[in-house]
Ligand binder design. Structure first.
Ligand SMILES: Cc1ncc(COP(=O)(O)OP(=O)(O)O)c(N)n1
Ligand SMILES: Cc1nc(C(=O)O)sc1CCOP(=O)(O)O
Ligand SMILES: [Mg+2]
Length: 205
């Protein structure tokens, strides 16, 4: 990835994470300084089908109007339909090799939750790694055990030129620990989506 600083403040969100209109939250977050966005419409209460598509298109247009990178989580078809800037894949999702073959120049992010996953990862084919959960999170029901900032430091030491973001339980109090350990950015859900003042929440990260 050419400009890892574009992952510095990475909002991950779906309608299920929001108590207010997701478009409003995204616009406020961008005003506060969010640099990348992932549409993660997943889990209890999330939209499906055409409703998911329409929300994704709305959020994509907000990102593009503001020159913010727009990623789709998991859903390869939606990623293609929305002509997204990139896709984020986990260990249980579609294989990186397959996506890279179909889309040679799209951005691909891959989740890493331990050293073994890192060893097996097709690192030459991805644009960044999402490492976590760094801290305890209640947003992702099937989250892996907490990895702390040690895994961030390890990944950076093994692949110093591969951009990485920390994810899981990151908020204004602990974001600096993640960045100090070597992360290029912080990926955040609830500390932004549930904040009373969204702009200030992003600014303080
Ligand atoms: C930036 C970032 N990092 C990690 C993840 C987690 O992806 P995954 O393990 O596939 O889990 P789901 O998000 O699909 O539930 C992510 N989404 N974004
Ligand atoms: C989507 C996601 N992935 C994780 C991982 O560890 O891979 S943790 C997580 C949820 C992060 O939400 P919050 O910022 O509210 O803790
Ligand atoms: Mg996934």
């Amino acid at each position: 990835m050419k400009y890892p600083e574009r992952l510095r403040k990475y909002l991950v969100m779906g309608s299920q994470d929001c108590l207010r209109d997701p478009s409003f939250i995204l616009e406020e977050a961008i005003r506060g300084g969010v640099t990348a966005f992932q549409f993660r419409e997943k889990g209890k209460g999330s939209l499906t089908g055409i409703d998911k598509y329409h929300l994704g298109r709305k959020l994509r247009d907000i990102c593009w109007k503001n020159e913010v990178l727009f990623f789709v989580n998991d859903d390869f078809d939606l990623f293609g339909d929305l002509d997204a800037d990139g896709i984020h894949l986990g260990q249980e999702d579609m294989h990186v090799e397959e996506v890279r073959r179909a889309f040679p120049s799209t951005l691909i992010g891959l989740s890493i939750s331990d050293e073994r996953e890192l060893e097996k990862a097709p690192v030459t084919l991805v644009d960044y790694l999402g490492v976590g959960p760094v801290f305890s999170t209640s947003t992702k029901e099937d989250a892996n055990p907490v990895v702390g900032t040690d895994l961030i430091a390890h990944v950076k030491a093994v692949h110093p030129h591969l951009p990485l973001v920390g994810i899981g339980g990151i908020n204004e109090e602990n974001a600096h620990e993640v960045l100090s350990a070597g992360a290029d950015g912080v990926a955040v859900v609830s500390a932004i989506t549930l904040a009373e003042n969204i702009r200030n929440a992003v600014k303080s990260l």
